[in-house]
Design a protein around this ligand. Structure first.
Ligand code: OGA
Ligand code: MN
Length: 287
């Protein structure tokens, strides 16, 4: 049964980044009835928090479909996290972000601890438009997902810096087992990598944002290595400034969606001996 419209609450989490929508039952037709409202808040606030204890996998996918092409053709079996596709990259599909182990073997993706800031799929030619993540089991502390607003970070640059970045491209390289920058061997040319402009414009809002991250961005294309290193470090520090960041303290049954074109995300460390188990459905650009 659908809830009366006045039971829906919409609260901003920060002035421009993040919104919480309460009062929807995502196991019901509410998903379709409120599709336009959900799409509006997703695009403008970049991070959307909903709560839906008991959210079934098919309804999770149905939610993801509101925002584009949900990656649901492939379901990662618990014991084959991110099995490679034809191109050697993990398949796009329903996967588990999980530190659960069977006989000591990891069963999910991105299992343990801290994760540096990144945008999902920035190492691919066609990155993910959005990511949805649903919490099934949580540790007693830590493991917050942090979001950094790349639009606000762009707006806060000096005019000189905005000019300097015009037309610049960056090279992203990522080893899909890595959670920290140091864990990717950037000299390994077999790793998944892609070149993207450092500034991009959101197709729905027209807002500009920065597009680089500590986890994946290795160098500025056609720039002297020392100069590139210096520029990237300056920009990493800028985009991770606390005033651009919202840290989400997870509750069981939370469903988050974020726009990978507008925010980077990261994860705080959490106790290694406690379980953190999440279901992830991504949204890709059309083929
Ligand atoms: C992801 C991711 C963060 C988290 O699923 O892409 O970065 O908090 N997850 O687990
Ligand atoms: Mn991610």
């Amino acid at each position: 049964m659908s809830l009366a419209a006045d039971a829906i609450r919409i609260e901003k989490l920060q002035p421009n980044l993040g919104v919480r929508i309460s009062g929807l039952d995502l196991n019901s037709d509410d998903i379709d009835v409120h599709a336009d409202m959900l799409r509006h808040h997703f695009v403008h606030n970049a991070v959307m928090v909903l709560s839906s204890p008991g959210l079934e996998s098919n309804n999770h996918v149905r939610f993801a479909r509101l925002f584009g092409k949900a990656d649901a053709d492939y379901v990662s079996p618990a014991d084959h996290p991110g099995k490679p596709d034809g191109d050697g990259l993990p398949k796009r599909g329903i996967i588990y972000i999980s530190n659960k182990r069977t006989n000591g073997e990891i069963t999910g993706s991105l299992p343990d601890g801290e994760l540096h800031f990144h945008s999902d799929g920035a190492h691919r030619k066609s990155p993910y438009r959005a990511t949805t993540l649903y919490s099934l089991e949580l540790p007693s502390r830590g493991g917050e997902t942090k979001f950094a607003d790349l639009r606000a970070a762009y707006d806060a640059l000096s005019d000189d810096m905005k000019k300097r970045l015009e037309g610049i491209q960056v090279h992203n390289i990522y080893d899909t087992r890595a959670t920290l920058r140091e864990q990717t061997d950037a000299s390994n040319d077999k790793l998944s990598n892609a070149i993207h402009p450092i500034v991009r414009t959101h197709p729905d809002t027209g807002r500009k944002s920065l597009y680089l991250s500590r986890l994946m961005t290795r160098n500025v294309v056609d720039m002297d290595p020392a100069e590139s290193e210096k520029l990237l470090e300056e920009l990493f520090q800028h985009i991770e400034r606390p005033e651009f960041v919202y840290a989400h303290p997870w509750k069981l049954g939370d469903l988050l969606i974020w726009d990978n074109r507008s925010v980077n995300h990261a994860r705080n460390d959490f106790p290694a001996n406690e379980t953190r188990h999440m279901r992830r459905v991504t949204v890709s650009e059309p083929d």
